[in-house]
Design a protein around this ligand. Structure first.
Ligand SMILES: Cc1cc2nc3c(=O)[nH]c(=O)nc-3n(C[C@H](O)[C@H](O)[C@H](O)COP(=O)(O)OP(=O)(O)OC[C@H]3O[C@@H](n4cnc5c(N)ncnc54)[C@H](O)[C@@H]3O)c2cc1C
Length: 410
């Protein structure tokens, strides 16, 4: 079942070649340009143009139509590509396969009307603009979206938005032109029908960036997580995305593929960490032995390999289910991969740090940054506990083994 389709194998080979030839050797330049304050570094712009020209573009959007640019792979096909992109933090951007633009494009594909698609989906597909998704709020436990407090109130033919959001990734980047905001219109409506999604042009007056938030003290130059205040922000009522009160269901639709992509990218990053662990442990000795000769090192590397390969299979199965039975029916598998991959990502980063000794906690290897990202991954796209709750509930509903009493003694 997990023999990948030929299109996935061929595309992954093309992406691998471009990644090795053009993207990876540009990493230092990208870092310099990002540190110099370029919101979209020049080298990234150049590589995006090349990737688009090659047709290695918009690969994470299975619903891409024939007249839209790029190569919409199925979710299963994209797993092979996403793993390569995960090896470098900015590589997904080269191919227009990055979050949050991909899940936002999916939302527009699924729920946008023709005018909304023309105004926002087309430039996103072309890679001309960036976007953000603003759901989480600092003063509401946002892993339960029914807690959200930001108000979206109707005033004639406009919506008026008031509230505070944070961790709206990319919303403070200079390339961001669209915010998709989740808010509440009628706080007395049924809990699952209170949420609305509105499309807000980023340059709308009265949106204040309070600050950009660090992740474990790391402040990325390009991957920004701002806190935003909306004070009487006005947009036309036609900016409603989807049906009134359907925001909860729409938000759920966004999350399946997004989680899958994050998981597959994390697996790619873990491959780099394992390679670094092997290389480092072969190159140093203590107490008369090479570090890779210690059983503790062998266990660290072996367990990482076992767990990573298990996770890859789990993710491929989830992708296959997303393609065949859809987001809703695959939700248990999506929750399973989210928990499993975040855990092994964190564990592998931790082992890599340990093997690098003091160097492991510096920025001289990708391990420390990976550890921080992995820890954050256990919270975003819903915290571990929320997924475990979902898995347990669905598992209980699916249990079907009969005759259990025969296994038990009175
Ligand atoms: C790097 C990063 C990027 C992000 N990007 C975005 C973005 O682009 N857009 C956006 O809107 N948000 C984004 N977020 C926010 C993220 O989605 C939320 O942090 C997440 O949904 C959790 O919400 P919360 O922080 O309000 O935690 P809370 O809901 O307050 O939960 C806190 C803790 O309570 C516990 N808990 C909650 N529910 C349960 C339960 N059912 N059972 C047991 N324990 C439970 C868990 O330990 C959980 O971690 C991002 C976050 C990070 C760290």
């Amino acid at each position: 079942m997990f023999e990948l389709p030929q299109r996935a194998i061929d595309t992954a080979a093309q992406v691998e070649s471009f990644f090795q030839r053009r993207v990876l050797p540009s990493n230092r330049l990208w870092e310099q340009q990002a540190k110099a304050g370029q919101a979209v570094p020049d080298i990234l712009r150049m590589l995006r143009a090349e990737a688009k020209e090659l047709g290695l573009w918009n690969m994470a959007l299975p619903r891409l139509t024939d007249d839209e640019p790029g190569l919409g792979l199925t979710n299963l096909e994209f797993t092979a590509v996403a793993e390569i992109l995960g090896r470098l933090e900015w590589a997904s951007h080269v191919f227009n396969c990055n979050a949050p633009d991909v899940p936002n494009m999916e939302l527009l594909q699924l729920f946008g009307n023709e005018e909304q698609k023309r105004q926002w989906l087309t430039p996103l597909l072309e890679g001309e603009i960036g976007s953000a998704f603003a759901m989480t709020e600092p003063y509401a436990a946002s892993s339960d979206p029914t807690n959200l407090e930001t108000r979206i109130e109707r005033d004639g033919d406009e919506f008026v938005i008031n509230g505070r959001k944070w961790f709206a990734t990319n919303a403070s980047n200079a390339n961001c032109e669209l915010l998709i905001l989740v808010g509440v219109t009628d706080p007395t409506a049924a809990k699952s029908q209170r949420q609305f999604l509105v499309l807000i042009p980023r340059n709308t007056p009265a949106i204040e960036v309070v600050r950009n938030l660090p992740v474990f003290d790391h402040m990325s130059e390009t991957n920004l997580h701002p806190e935003l205040v909306f004070t009487n922000v006005r947009v036309p009522a036609s900016n409603l995305l989807g049906e009134e009160g359907a925001g909860f269901a729409i938000g759920q639709a966004r999350l399946g593929p997004a989680r899958l992509h994050h998981c597959m990218r994390a697996i790619g990053e873990c491959e780099v960490l394992i390679s670094l662990m092997v290389k480092r442990s072969q190159s140093r000795s203590t107490f008369g032995k090479r570090i890779d000769e210690y059983s503790s090192t062998q266990a660290a590397i072996s367990l990482s390999r076992i767990e990573l390969d298990q996770c890859r299979l789990l993710v491929q199965r989830a992708a296959h289910l997303l393609d065949t039975v859809g987001n809703k029916s695959a939700r248990k598998q999506i929750s399973m991969i989210k928990v499993a991959v975040a855990k092994i990502y964190q564990d592998i980063a931790d082992r890599c740090i340990q093997l690098f000794g003091a160097r492991g906690v510096t920025g001289d290897t990708p391990a420390a940054r990976a550890f921080g990202k992995a820890r954050a991954f256990r919270i975003y796209d819903a915290p571990d506990e929320v997924h475990l709750q979902t898995i347990a509930r669905l598992e209980a509903g699916e249990q079907s083994i009969e005759g259990l009493e025969h296994y038990l003694r009175e």
